[in-house]
Design a protein around this ligand. Sequence first.
Ligand code: HEM
Ligand SMILES: *[C@@H]1O[C@H](CO)[C@@H](O)[C@H](O)[C@H]1NC(C)=O
Ligand SMILES: *[C@@H]1O[C@H](CO)[C@@H](O)[C@H](O)[C@H]1NC(C)=O
Ligand SMILES: *[C@@H]1O[C@H](CO)[C@@H](O)[C@H](O)[C@H]1NC(C)=O
Length: 317
Amino acid sequence: MASHSFLFLYMLVTLSLVGMAFSDLDDDFYDDVCPKALPTIKRVVEDAVRKEKRMGASLLRLHFHDCFVNGCDASILLDQTSAIDSEKTSRANNNSARGFEVIDKIKSEVDKVCGRSVVSCADILAVAARDSVVALHGPSWEVKLGRRDSTTASRTAADNNIPTPLMDLPALISNFKNHGLDEEDLVALSGGHTLGFAQCFTFRNRIYNETNINSTFARQLQANCPRSGGDSNLATLDPTAAIFDSKYFSNLVSKKGLLHSDQALVSGGKTGGFVKEYSKNLRTFSKDFAKSMIKMGDIKPLTGKQGQIRVNCRKVN
Ligand code: HEM
Ligand SMILES: *[C@@H]1O[C@H](CO)[C@@H](O)[C@H](O)[C@H]1NC(C)=O
Ligand SMILES: *[C@@H]1O[C@H](CO)[C@@H](O)[C@H](O)[C@H]1NC(C)=O
Ligand SMILES: *[C@@H]1O[C@H](CO)[C@@H](O)[C@H](O)[C@H]1NC(C)=O
């Protein structure tokens, strides 16, 4: 009897230490304070994706671009002021990041059902990313919650931390490593490009100058992305931009990656192995994507008394 309770106590202590070491977030954070929060986020995301499928892709990307700049703290949502150095005009986000109005809508609906401002904008981004993937037929996962919102933003940090489409594999690996993510995370999360679109200027050099590209595919893309002009013309990142599937990876295998940084994943043994595996196995990709999304969502959250719960996601309280 006594040894049983010692074992139990030991397990309890071990479990809580392990839990603390990994993160201060947990998936039932709003269950008591506002049980309607999560269903409300899901409803607004579903409505937005029903109106425009691409919005699911855009919301997924917002969470990524938030987490890679000083952690998942909703810094990406702050508008420019004399005191705020907005990330919205950073190289990767200017005329590119979208979905801000949907986040505003979610925040106001959630605050309405909760009766007060208790859900952070950073958590809204994380949940909206998950609900977007689900709305586009991808996997689901338990989103860990309890992030708080920053009181600062940094365009310079955004420029220095969000990877560029011109990066080669070593630069991509080191960028992800700086955020605590390994090569498996890099490949799984790049699979986010199973959804959404890119503008001509992000892949022009690839379709005119690169050799590791299927020439038929390159020629097709050139039709809507001229050598000069048409910078913002869109192409899908994979052939099925509104469906979470493994086409992104099978395309990489057949040299039909849209971005230089996509095709670069095939150039290394380890990452190339993950690409091949995911190209053949949607279940493995889905499982690993969910796992890596949770890991990405854990990047340097503000918790406890740090930061604040913004009333308006665009402004510091
Ligand atoms: C590995 C490094 C990555 C690079 C270099 C990169 C780069 C890009 C670029 C250049 C675009 C097109 C933007 C535009 O033309 O306006 C894009 C779009 C997108 N990215 Fe990434 N990305 C990366 C990783 C990720 C990750 C980790 C995710 C999410 C898990 C993601 C999700 C998306 C989505 C969904 C879109 C389409 C957005 C839309 O249609 O609105 N990307 N990315
Ligand atoms: C962002 O894009 C606008 C055009 O919409 C441009 O005028 C502005 O200079 C860009 N900002 C930065 C910081 O590049
Ligand atoms: C192709 O590469 C050359 C040499 O680097 C460069 O000058 C040119 O602008 C590139 N063409 C396109 C369409 O990007
Ligand atoms: C390029 O892609 C087309 C289909 O889009 C395919 O028919 C062709 O065989 C591919 N070319 C090479 C060299 O693999």
